[in-house]
Each structure stands twice: as structure tokens, then as C-alpha cells.
Design a protein around this ligand. Structure first.
Ligand SMILES: Cc1cc2nc3c(=O)[nH]c(=O)nc-3n(C[C@H](O)[C@H](O)[C@H](O)COP(=O)(O)OP(=O)(O)OC[C@H]3O[C@@H](n4cnc5c(N)ncnc54)[C@H](O)[C@@H]3O)c2cc1C
Ligand SMILES: O=C(O)[C@@H]1CCCC=N1
Length: 393
């Protein structure tokens, strides 16, 4: 294996394209197994053009779909391991409240998975919510269920930690190198803006750029790229909705899209509350203002904040941007290319993939080395999309 900075003339075991959280964890698992791995990133690191930047992400066992709750059991352990390797905290436990009308079927599925997996949790009525969380003004008939294991991941720090871990295991990370061409074969040839590399297998984890890389490989996935407004709301009394006041993360099950929030922490006095959807956008033109007919997400959030969180100023104080890459069912794509079995794809993380990245990385690593994946891959297969052009398959 070449030392850092030395030219690498031979064949890599695996090249991973895209150093967001999914590609970085994939490369980390590969390097930990002693695979000679090259991780390529188009932008200088760190950058804020994709989906993995920012200070915080929610981590939780609570899911309406059991397969994610199952994967989270292992994911928590892998986050802990990375935290120990990094020697710095990556996670803060805050708990999470799922809020909905008590008759809501999705809410009931959350309660079922929490119970089935013995996750420490508590049920709340509108009245008991009011007593325990005076900052929330629940409506009549609303219920809540908590996931006490949930909390906040320090996202930027976590991304750096996994990339450092990858390098410590001998992995090579080259940033500012955009992949411009992929030639499939028993040996895959990858051309970048900086050189030409070869490997026995390739993993594509390109976030919102996935379809751009897949098009020349004869594949287009039904992915929608969305620009998300990441809104921060000012506390009327600083700290009232903060981690130190034990305010939890929350997920409000709303129609048509959920609303979620994290206690004030990264920006003192500001609470992060976002809409779980956004306006369609090309990642190359993310900050171009959307059409006038775009999603009224900020208005929906303002209404929500004025109604339910009376201790916050109902107008965003800070708005940052990030990208979602959504599949139609919001399940991930973790699969081999239908025609080129040594090309593995991780895509469509649909705005909820950060917490699961340690397990996603392990699964993509297993697929690329030809091992049986440790979980059922049924929800994640490419063939679940009926509208794929048959020529591609
Ligand atoms: C506002 C917001 C809030 C979220 N909240 C949560 C949350 O609370 N909990 C949670 O679990 N998840 C959350 N998520 C989702 C999570 O952040 C994403 O699922 C995850 O970051 C996706 O990572 P990725 O590696 O697939 O994509 P990215 O981070 O976009 O990484 C892809 C990388 O590939 C690189 N790339 C692309 N094309 C090329 C090329 N040709 N050559 C070289 N490099 C290339 C890109 O530059 C990029 O760095 C949230 C996402 C957003 C946007
Ligand atoms: O994944 C998460 O926990 C957050 C909150 C719910 C919607 C998407 N992201």
C-alpha cells in the first residue's frame, strides 16, 4: 500500500466516489478490513454543497419501519466505537418525542416498533405532554411517544472523524478530484479531473449527483433532489428549549410532510426546526431561488411554531441550505449495478440517512467484497422500481 502522498501505481481493491457520510463510512469499513481503498471527492473538504454538512443530525431508534429500528441497534454501537477512536464526543442524548393525533396509523407503528424492540420510551396524552414539556402547546387529541435513546449527532465532527479513521487505517482520500468518467470491466477505470485510477470494484455514493454518474452506466434511478431550508428559530427566553433544559428532539407527524426539531445547542438561543421536504433543485444550482409556485415550507413552519411552540419567535432567524435525494418510497438504494456486479450503488437517503451511515457503509462494503449482507436487502433493491427502462436491466 502506498504511504500518504506517494503515487499509487497499482490496482486499488476499491474506489469509493463521494466523501459524504455514506461514502466515508463505506471507505472506513473497507480500510478496516485491510482493503486498499481510494476515496474520491469532487470538492475541497470540508464543503457544504451536498447533504452531510452542518452541525447536527437526529439519531433515534424510533422508526415506523422495523427494518430501520433493527439496523439502528448496530448503528449506535458503531457510532460509539467511532467516538472512542476519535476521542471526542459525537453524540448527545436528548431523547425524541414523536407527536401526532393518537389515532394516526404511522404514530401507532412508531409505538409498536418501540415496544417490540424494547426501546426505553413513554406514552403521553395531550395533558401529560403539557405537564412535562411546558414549551409545547399540544392540541386536544394529540399524543406523544418518546424514544429516550435518541439524541443529536455532531454531524461535521462525525464526518471528519470517520474520514480521519479511514486515513489511520491506510486509506487514501483525494479531495478536489471530480470523477468525470467510469469505464466498467473486471477492472474498473475511473478518470478524474486529477488522474486515472483502477480498482477491482467501485462504490458510487454521490448523494444528489448520483444520477449524473449513473447515466453513462445506462442507469437512471427515480431520485428527486430537493433543496431543504434549514431554519433556526429564536428562543424568547434563551435556553428555554435547550439541551441543558432537557428539551428533546421532536418529530411531528403532519400531513403531507413531517416537521422535526432539535433543541438549541449549536447556535445558542436558536432552535433548529425543519420541514421534511423542499423544492426540486439541481445540486449545481441549489441556491437559485425556486419558482414562485415553490413549496410554502417556511410559511408552514411559521404556522407550526406560532401554534405549538409559543416560546419561539415565529420567524426564522437563520436559514441554511442542504440537499435531500429522495426515492419514491423514501427507502434507500443499496445494491449492485444490475449489469456491472462490481459496481455498487448507495443512493436516495431521503433525508434520514445520517444516523444509519455506519451500517449503510458496512452493507456497501459487504456488497463490494462479494459477501452476504448482514440485513435483508429487500427494501433497498433497485428492482423495486417498476419504471426503470428495461434496457438498463
Ligand atoms: C437539512 C437536512 C437534515 C437532515 N436531518 C437528518 C437527521 O436528523 N438524521 C438523519 O439521520 N439524517 C438526516 N439527514 C439526511 C442525511 O444528512 C443524508 O442522508 C446524508 O448526509 C446523505 O449522505 P451522502 O453521503 O449520501 O450524500 P452527500 O453528503 O451529498 O455526499 C455525496 C458526495 O459525493 C460527492 N460527489 C458527487 N459527485 C462526485 C463526482 N463526480 N466526483 C467526486 N465526488 C463526487 C459530493 O461532492 C458529495 O460530497 C438530513 C439531511 C438534510 C439535508
Ligand atoms: O432522520 C431524522 O431523524 C430526521 C427527522 C425526521 C425526518 C428526517 N430527518
Amino acid at each position: 500500500m502506498a504511504a500518504a502522498g506517494e503515487p499509487h501505481s497499482s490496482l486499488y481493491d476499491t474506489i469509493v466516489v463521494g466523501a459524504g457520510i455514506q461514502g466515508s463510512f463505506t471507505a472506513y469499513h473497507l480500510a478496516k478490513r485491510g482493503r486498499d481503498t481510494l476515496l474520491l471527492e469532487q470538492f475541497p473538504l470540508p464543503h457544504s454543497r451536498g447533504s452531510s454538512h452542518g452541525q447536527s443530525r437526529i439519531i433515534r431508534h424510533a422508526y415506523a419501519q422495523e427494518h430501520y429500528t433493527q439496523m439502528m441497534a448496530e448503528s449506535y454501537g458503531l457510532w460509539e466505537q467511532l467516538e472512542a477512536e476519535a476521542g471526542a464526543p459525537l453524540y448527545r442524548q436528548t431523547g425524541l418525542l414523536v407527536l401526532a393525533a393518537n389515532t394516526n396509523p404511522e404514530f401507532q407503528r412508531f409505538c409498536q416498533t418501540l415496544a417490540q424492540h424494547h426501546i426505553p420510551s413513554e406514552l403521553f396524552t395531550a395533558e401529560s405532554l403539557r405537564g412535562r414539556f411546558p414549551g409545547i402547546r399540544p392540541y386536544c387529541g394529540e399524543a406523544g411517544v418518546s424514544d429516550r435513546t435518541a439524541g443529536v449527532l455532531y454531524a461535521d465532527r462525525a464526518l471528519r472523524a470517520v474520514q480521519d479513521g479511514f486515513r489511520r487505517c491506510g486509506g487514501a482520500l483525494r479531495d478536489s478530484e471530480q470523477v468525470t468518467d467510469i469505464q466498467p470491466g473486471v477492472v474498473v477505470t475511473v478518470t478524474t479531473s486529477g488522474g486515472v485510477y483502477q480498482a477491482k470494484s467501485l462504490v458510487i455514493t454521490a448523494g444528489p449527483w448520483a444520477n449524473k454518474l449513473l447515466a453513462p452506466l445506462g442507469l437512471q434511478l427515480p431520485l428527486q433532489t430537493l433543496r431543504i431550508n434549514v431554519c433556526y428559530w429564536k428562543e424568547k427566553v434563551p435556553g428555554a428549549y435547550g439541551v441543558s433544559a432537557h428539551f428533546p428532539c421532536f418529530l411531528a407527524i403532519c400531513d403531507p410532510h413531517h416537521i422535526y426539531g432539535l433543541p438549541s445547542n449549536e447556535y445558542p438561543g436558536l432552535v433548529k426546526i425543519c420541514y421534511h421536504s423542499g423544492s426540486p433543485a439541481d445540486p449545481e444550482e441549489r441556491d437559485r431561488p425556486p419558482e414562485a409556485s415553490g413549496l410554502p415550507d417556511i410559511q408552514v413552519l411559521q404556522d407550526f411554531v406560532s401554534k405549538y411552540l409559543p416560546g419561539l419567535v415565529p420567524e426564522p432567524a437563520v436559514v441554511e441550505h442542504c440537499m435531500y435525494t429522495n426515492t419514491p418510497d423514501e427507502d434507500f438504494v443499496l445494491d449492485r449495478h444490475p449489469k456491472f456486479s462490481n459496481i455498487v450503488i448507495g443512493a436516495g437517503f431521503s433525508g434520514h440517512g445520517f444516523k444509519l451511515a455506519p451500517v449503510v457503509g458496512k452493507l456497501l462494503c459487504q456488497l463490494s467484497v462479494g459477501e452476504e449482507p448482514s440485513y435483508t436487502m429487500e427494501p433497498f433493491g433497485i428492482r423495486r422500481f417498476p419504471a426503470l427502462p428495461p434496457a438498463a436491466l
